[in-house]
Design a binder for this molecule. Structure first.
Ligand SMILES: Nc1ncnc2c1ncn2[C@@H]1O[C@H](COP(=O)(O)OP(=O)(O)OP(=O)(O)O)[C@@H](O)[C@H]1O
Ligand SMILES: [Mg+2]
Length: 256
C-alpha cells in the first residue's frame, strides 16, 4: 500500500485532473484504488461524477467528528473508491489547527482504513492549493508526492518554493518522499513551454517525469460529464499522456 499526495500550492496546475486520471488508470490495471478529495472545492468528487454534500459523509466528517474513513468510501464508475470532499473542509484550518496531533490525523485514519477495508492498493490524495493543515496532513500521510507543474513562468517559481518546503518537512519527519514533478498543460507551440521544461530538467533531473501532459481539450471537458478522460475520449492525446504517465510512475515504484 502506498499513499500518493498530489500537490502544488499553485492553483489550476492540474492536480485534480492528474489525480482523477492517474487513479483511474491504476484502477483499470486491476489494483484496488482509493482517492481522497482533500479540497473544500470538492472538484475531484465532481469530476468522478459524484455530488459533494455540505452535510454527510466526507473528509470533513473525518476531521470534525472522527468518523472512520472506511465506512465513507463511495464506489465510482471509474472503479476507484472515493472519499468525497466537502465545502466545510475550509473550516478545518480555523477550527482544528490547535488540536493536539492534528497534522498526523490523516495518516492514522488511513492506517485504520487500510486495516478495516483490507485495502492493499494505492491511496491518492488530491490536495488543495494551499500548504495549511489539510495539506500537511496529506504530506505526513504520504510515501510519494506527485507535483504537477504547468508549463509557465510563475508555476516554475512556485515549484522551487514547494521543493524547499518538502526538504524542510523531510528533515522534520526524518524520512524521504519519493518525488516526481510532472509538466502539465504543455503546448509545444509556445517557446516558453520548452524553456520551463529545460529549467525543470536542470534542477530536478531524474525526478522530472519524461512524460509531459499536453494541453488537451478532452482533459478539460471530461469532468463536465463526470468522467475520466479514458471513457470520455479514449483516443485523445490526454488519454495517451495519462496512460504513459501511469506507466512511468509504475516503473518508478510510485504505487508501492
Ligand atoms: N492538460 C490539460 N489540458 C487542458 N485543460 C486542462 C489540463 N489540465 C487541467 N486542465 C483544466 O484546467 C483547469 C485546472 O485544472 P485542475 O482543476 O486539475 O487543477 P488543480 O491544480 O487541481 O486546481 P486547484 O488548485 O484549484 O485545485 C480545469 O478546468 C481543468 O479541466
Ligand atoms: Mg484541484
Amino acid at each position: 500500500m502506498s499513499v500518493i499526495a498530489v500537490f502544488n500550492q499553485k492553483g489550476g496546475v492540474g492536480k485534480t485532473t492528474t489525480t482523477l486520471n492517474v487513479s483511474t488508470s491504476v484502477a483499470q490495471r486491476g489494483l484496488a484504488t482509493v482517492a481522497i478529495d482533500l479540497d473544500p472545492q470538492a472538484h475531484l468528487t465532481l469530476a468522478f461524477g459524484q455530488r459533494a454534500f455540505a452535510k454527510g459523509d466526507s473528509c470533513y466528517s473525518f476531521f470534525a467528528e472522527n468518523k472512520p474513513l472506511a465506512g465513507m468510501l463511495r464506489e465510482t464508475a471509474q472503479g476507484v473508491r472515493l472519499l468525497p470532499g466537502a465545502p466545510d473542509l475550509s473550516k478545518v484550518d480555523a477550527l482544528h489547527a490547535s488540536d493536539a496531533g492534528i497534522s498526523g490525523k490523516l495518516r492514522q485514519g488511513i492506517a485504520a482504513m487500510v486495516e478495516e477495508a483490507q485495502h492493499r492498493g494505492p491511496v491518492f490524495i488530491d490536495c488543495c492549493p494551499m500548504l495549511g493543515v489539510l495539506t500537511l496532513n496529506a504530506l505526513i500521510a504520504a510515501d510519494s508526492v506527485l507535483i504537477p507543474v504547468s508549463a509557465d513562468y510563475l508555476s516554475l517559481q512556485g515549484v522551487h518554493r514547494l521543493d524547499a518546503a518538502l526538504n524542510v518537512l523531510e528533515q522534520r519527519l526524518n524520512r524521504k518522499f519519493l518525488r516526481r514533478v510532472v509538466i502539465t498543460r504543455y503546448d509545444a507551440r509556445r517557446k516558453l513551454a520548452a524553456g520551463v521544461q529545460e529549467e525543470l530538467a536542470r534542477r530536478y533531473g531524474a525526478s522530472l517525469c519524461n512524460t509531459r501532459i499536453a494541453e488537451n481539450v478532452a482533459l478539460a471537458e471530461s469532468p463536465m460529464h463526470g468522467k475520466d478522460v479514458f471513457s470520455h475520449s479514449p483516443a485523445s492525446p490526454g488519454a495517451r499522456d495519462y496512460r504513459a504517465l501511469t506507466e512511468e510512475l509504475f516503473a518508478a515504484g510510485f504505487f508501492g
